[in-house]
Design a binder for this molecule. Structure first.
Ligand code: GLN
Length: 549
């Protein structure tokens, strides 16, 4: 039978519930348990796919093509046992949409449709659906206890705890223990209130994870235990990690959290082997070299907008024992001021993006990296920028563009497939085609790597599965001209129809991909493209290559 751990948050948001849920999962996995994780989001949007990165950070894409909350990225970076799918994240909006769809269909036979039981039943159904084939499911409840939005989720959890039985379910509550500088003391009252709030809706936590700046002294933990009826050893102090979030599994394990869980669930399991996490932390704490890379993007005020990407860079640093300093360059500034900001950088990274704004800055950055032999990794829109730069500045198609940025370009080197392929399969631009609503290519697809490519060497295999999230593609009409002039097609789709990767022949390391490799990177395993990219940056910086794997 599957056992459930519910993770709630109190006092304030942004305490790192996702990281705690993921870290807990990795410690349980390290005890031979099959763990799954579910995130429930309390907003009305049906899925996060259309939410602006400015408001909501990154959209994480699962292998099966779901556009999900970025917490699923943490889950995949921390666990190995299974991959996230569209079942692992849902929103209030999607629950209501489903219940309303059934109501319209007449499924409720004219009965009154209500939050309890109809909405809560649908929430419970979805929670139980992720349990199949897993020993333990960790359910992260988005929002903060007390918010009006998360109430149906908490009510569903209350009902489920009764149905599952208290021995087969646990409630872990994350709170904040603030340090008041002027008074020179920490305060336990917000935690007490937050637990009171939980209790008022019928939920008693089994474990409290208390976030704080510094370790919380035993006396304060005792006090919290007394006021909240939580066992003393289950009041866990989680101070800000000194080096990295990747210390959190070890920090939780050292305080016995996985022991408490294994005992509560009456499981006979070996102690957690976290040696790989110690290796990760050691690499982060003692880098052997440093590189400076430029990331030319546009959602720069929102650190979470490039979450998987910035993590993938850190992972490459772990694999190569390199401290990677990322300089975020605004593509629009670069458009205006020219590429001076890139002059002292050891590599240039162009991330994915949407819309015309900033695209010219990305093209200018690409041109600079190409002409100055600076290692370059272009991801999705970055590949489009690379193809546009090459077409304009090497092939001399001055007006070349992606139709996303310039729908009327004479040379649509990037466009919607419907724009450049006619019905008979010939590749040709259909002028005046107004169809901009091409559907997104989403999720994992196979890419075949060409034999002599950098990518083939980096991956060490002939084909890879990588995740997509885009509409526009390289126009095949121009491909033979690209190849004849030094831009090689390094990867193609399974059906051979679409360009997946490109490389420059006369360049130290210039690679661009149509997919998003960052979604497949993890601290313990890294990702071959990012690792080789940082190796190239190290070479460019003149760093010793012996430290690099
Ligand atoms: N805007 C581009 C497209 O839709 C690239 C998307 C991306 O970078 N993820 O094709």
């Amino acid at each position: 039978m599957t056992q459930y751990i519910f993770v709630t948050g109190g006092v304030v948001s942004s305490l790192g519930k996702g990281i705690v849920a993921a870290s807990l999962a990795t410690t349980l996995e390290a005890r031979d348990l099959a763990v799954n994780i579910l995130k429930m989001d309390p907003y009305i949007n049906v899925d996060p796919g259309t939410m602006s990165p400015f408001q909501h950070g990154e959209v994480f894409v699962t292998a099966d093509g779901a556009e999900t909350d970025q917490d699923l990225g943490y889950y995949e970076r921390f666990i190995r046992g299974n991959r996230m799918s569209q079942k692992n994240n849902f929103t209030t909006g999607s629950v209501y949409a489903e219940v309303i769809r059934r109501e319209r269909r007449g499924d409720y036979l004219g009965g009154t449709v209500q939050v309890i039981p109809h909405i809560t039943d649908e929430i419970k159904r979805r929670i139980l659906a992720v349990g199949e084939d897993h020993d333990i499911v960790i359910v992260e409840i988005g929002g903060t206890v007390g918010d009006i939005e998360s109430q149906p989720f908490l009510e569903a959890v209350r009902q489920l705890r009764l149905e599952l039985g208290s021995r087969d379910s646990m409630l872990v509550h994350l709170t904040l223990v603030p340090h008041l500088e002027k008074a020179g003391e920490i305060k336990t009252k917000p935690t007490q209130h937050s637990v009171k709030e939980l209790r008022s809706i019928g939920l008693q936590p089994d474990v409290l994870i208390c976030r704080s700046i510094d370790p919380i002294p035993l006396s304060a933990r005792k006090k919290i235990a007394l006021f909240t009826s939580v066992e003393e050893r289950a009041v866990i102090s989680l101070e800000d990690a000194a080096i990295s979030i990747y210390q959190v599994p070890v920090m939780l394990n050292e305080q016995g959290l996985d022991d408490i869980i294994v005992e509560h669930f009456r499981l006979d399991k070996p102690p957690a082997d976290l040696s790989e996490w110690h290796t990760v932390i050691d690499a982060l704490a003692h880098p052997k070299q440093t590189v400076e890379i430029a990331l030319v993007g546009k959602y720069l005020d929102v650190p979470d907008a490039y979450k998987s990407l910035s993590e993938a860079i850190i992972h490459a640093g772990i694999q190569t024992k390199t401290k990677v300093n990322v300089c975020y360059v605004d593509a629009e500034d670069l458009e205006r001021d020219g590429p001076a900001a890139l002059a002292d950088k050891h590599a240039v990274l162009i991330p994915g993006g949407f819309g015309a704004r900033g695209f010219e800055g990305k093209v200018a950055a690409t041109q600079y990296a190409r002409e100055n032999n600076i290692p370059y990794l272009g991801i999705c829109y970055g590949l489009h920028a690379a193809v546009v730069d090459f077409s304009r500045n090497v092939l001399g198609y001055e007006n070349a563009d992606t139709t996303e940025s310039n729908p009327n370009t004479r040379d649509p080197v990037i466009g919607l497939v419907s724009e450049w392929r006619d019905v008979s399969g010939q590749v040709e631009r259909r002028d005046g085609d107004e169809d901009k609503g091409g559907t997104m290519r989403l999720g994992e697809q196979r890419c075949h790597l060409s034999g002599s490519s950098i990518a083939r060497k980096a991956y060490g295999t002939d084909h890879v599965m990588e995740r997509h999230r885009h509409r526009y593609e390289v126009n095949n009409k121009y491909v033979s001209e690209f190849e004849a002039n030094g831009l090689s097609i390094a990867g193609r789709s399974d059906d051979d129809e679409l360009v997946e990767m490109i490389e420059l022949d006369d360049h130290d390391w210039f690679v661009a991909c149509q997919f998003h490799p960052e979604f497949n990177s993890s601290p313990r395993d890294g990702h071959p493209l990012f690792t080789q990219f940082i190796n190239a940056a190290n070479r460019h910086a003149g760093n010793g290559s012996d430290a690099a794997k």
